[in-house]
Design a protein around this ligand. Structure first.
Ligand SMILES: Nc1ncnc2c1ncn2[C@@H]1O[C@H](COP(=O)(O)OP(=O)(O)O)[C@@H](O)[C@H]1O
Ligand SMILES: [Mg+2]
Length: 367
């Protein structure tokens, strides 16, 4: 990952955004505007440009294509600056019914930009506390961004799991033999993936506690732990367990045992934060986790990701807003923070050096 920030963006037919050049500062960018005017759409366009996927659900081409688009094509033009070389890199893309095409310096490319990005929306903190699958996705996405081998191994695991489930539900001739072969592969992957997850959580541990303190000036023991059925297992014992659980899998028609069922617990002073914490504390814990991750990202790549914070003010009181804003003001990463909340806007308005944009019906004005 390279130390890039986005300097300019122009999109065409991307949701309700107007075709105009939006300029960003390398540090804090505040995006104001009432509900439904296009704040999240700006973050989504940047995220899409970097990740080639959206953070929203159901985002096929027709859903993102601007309703008024006379030509059915979405386009992206952008300039990224590498803070080490200060040479801007033009990065652009086109997206139509047939698919996407990307260009670096006007040359066609298949490679993604080596830029990290993190995103948080108003529901993420609650989703993280409410659902195991959100926690798994959070860890997989964030760890995957740090470790491409993890991402590849997870891809193979997911593919094998899908195939295994298909065999279990359709039971073609000789399916047990095929499952046995899949289990061999999945056992090895499971041990490796679990090892990577544990290592990731260990690396996060000191940083989470520190970021909670840096953010909110409160000392709490905050830690995220992996709740796995397979701790201490070897590849062989894992394989044995898969085979032992096969009769039940055959009855229910899918794989009920394995690391895809593992979970994570956020412990706040040793207690499960979902049971114990107020919504505000859950949000604070979640933000601390996110900022700990950003620090870890920096250790790994010696650069920061671009940080997209969408409407994060909910559940936090004014003192926490001030803490959060002061924290962001001291960091060296590029952050885009949106809000429709007038009181939170007042706190952000105190940031003198920040770039402030106002979005109204997809049109962006510098304030
Ligand atoms: N494909 C599309 N074409 C045009 N407008 C769209 C499209 N998809 C969503 N929108 C509009 O985008 C607006 C929502 O933008 P959003 O960025 O989520 O608002 P907010 O400022 O509240 O974050 C809505 O008014 C919606 O109608
Ligand atoms: Mg929004």
């Amino acid at each position: 990952m390279l130390p890039y920030y986005i300097q300019k963006l122009q999109v065409k037919n991307f949701r309700n955004l107007e075709e105009q050049i939006i300029e960003f500062s390398p540090s804090i960018n505040c995006i104001f505007g009432e509900n439904g005017n296009g704040k999240t759409n700006i973050l989504e366009a940047i995220y899409y440009l970097i990740k080639r996927k959206s953070f929203r659900k159901n985002t096929s081409f027709p859903q993102i294509l601007g309703i008024d688009g006379e030509r059915p094509e979405i386009s992206f033009q952008s300039l990224f600056i590498n803070s080490e070389s200060s040479e801007p890199i033009p990065f652009s893309g086109k997206w139509d019914q047939a698919g996407t095409h990307w260009f670096v310096d006007n040359k066609s490319t298949n490679r993604k930009l080596q830029v990290g990005v993190v995103f948080i929306n108003p529901f993420d903190a609650q989703g993280f506390h409410l659902s195991a699958s959100s926690r798994r996705t959070w860890i997989d996405d964030h760890l995957g961004q740090l470790d491409s081998n993890y991402k590849k191994a997870l891809g193979r695991f997911t593919k094998s799991l899908r195939f295994r489930n298909k065999l279990l539900s359709t039971k073609p001739a000789n399916y047990r033999k095929q499952i046995r072969a899949i289990d061999e592969e999945m056992s090895e992957l499971s041990i490796n993936l679990t090892f990577s997850r544990q290592k990731f959580l260990e690396e996060l541990r000191p940083l989470v506690k520190k970021s909670f303190y840096d953010l909110f000036s409160e000392e709490h023991d905050l830690e995220i732990v992996l709740d796995t059925k397979i701790s201490g297992m070897t590849k062989e014992s894992y394989l044995e367990m898969c085979q032992k659980n096969l009769p039940k899998d055959e009855i229910i028609g899918h794989t009920h045992y394995g690391i895809h069922k593992d979970d994570y617990v956020l412990l706040f002073d040793g207690l499960n934060s979902f049971d114990y914490c107020s919504l505000g504390q859950q949000k604070m814990s979640y933000l601390s986790l996110l900022f700990a991750y950003i620090e870890l990202f920096r250790y790994k790549f010696n650069s920061f990701p671009i940080v997209l914070l969408d409407d994060v003010s909910g559940e936090l009181d004014k003192l926490r807003w001030q803490n959060l804003v002061a924290y962001l003001n001291e960091r060296k990463f590029q952050v885009l923070i949106t809000t429709a909340n007038d009181s939170f806007k007042e706190v952000l308005d105190t940031l003198e050096g920040a770039n402030k944009l106002m979005v109204s019906s997809g049109s962006i004005a510098k304030m």
